[in-house]
Design a protein around this ligand. Sequence first.
Ligand code: 5GP
Ligand code: MN
Length: 326
Amino acid sequence: MFKPTDELLQYIEQGQDILVMSHIAPDGDAVGSLLGMGALLKWLDKNYVLALQDPVPEQFRYLPGHEQVTSNPIGDFDLVIGLDASDPERFGRLFQLYEEEFPSIPLVVIDHHITNTYFGTVNWVEPNAVATAELIFDLSEVLGAPKTEELALPLLNGLVTDTLCFRTPNVVPRTLEIAASLMNAGASLSLVTENALNMKPFSMVKLWAETLPTATMVGKIIYAEIPYHVVEKYGGKDNYNSGGLVNFLAAVKEAAVAVVFTERGPQVVDASIRSRPGVDVSKAAFELGGGGHPQAAGCTIRAPLPEVKEKVIGTLLRHLKEQGIE
Ligand code: 5GP
Ligand code: MN
């Protein structure tokens, strides 16, 4: 079990009006740990606001309480909690707001990215945790909070999405014990897998159909690209992770690394990177101004798509060579 420091517990104990936020283009762990933290703060009888710069993606709108999440937090806060973000830029506009409106308020960072830059007043960073939701679970244990379904379902959502349903190499027996505990609290595993992992809109099939022909191999790297006009055509802006396309490509036998380049806006390109177990892509992503985990990382680069492709692939090839993979 991962243990929060006494200092962190003290901040939470003393906070009365708390702003909780997570990262842009939110994934299942961002939304899950945010809602889980909300349930915990509700039990602690705190005033709190849950915030994300971007809307909750459709596949997570089955989670009760997602309606509480705002992109425009207003309040007289005395504590800010930042979840699942390895650097301040990951909060997008919300971090600018924090810096402008309440820079003197303590910031508690809870995260599991190995690339975390320790930017908070206190930082609870556990790279061996499979999800930030796992840390919220451990926090709930330390606080002695009851395991309600309201707490359990979003946490299971975070655990399942960040581990691709317990299939990533960082999954250990305790991960399954936590999942069992969450299920005992009333969280349905099939409800989570069906909504968060399996179900996709038809537009996603069309997006894949248009994107898969771009799949290219350079050495042991497989990549595909989604230019802005395709993103726009299929409403992909709201489908931040393109339905797990990068995971699909990462399953290609000949590849050690998979990348999906998505042009989010004119000259704003997002690279979503995955690697085979044993191959590290977090350092390359960090060097490119992003971050992540050894097997799942990413970065956002402001430049034309061809330029970004060249830069990212060049960097990855060099990092692969350093790891003896060519
Ligand atoms: P995904 O490919 O699912 O968007 O992201 C994979 C992992 O890389 C996640 O843990 C995510 O937090 C991290 N990541 C993705 N994009 C960025 C980025 O632009 N900056 C940073 N710091 N991390 C990123
Ligand atoms: Mn996470």
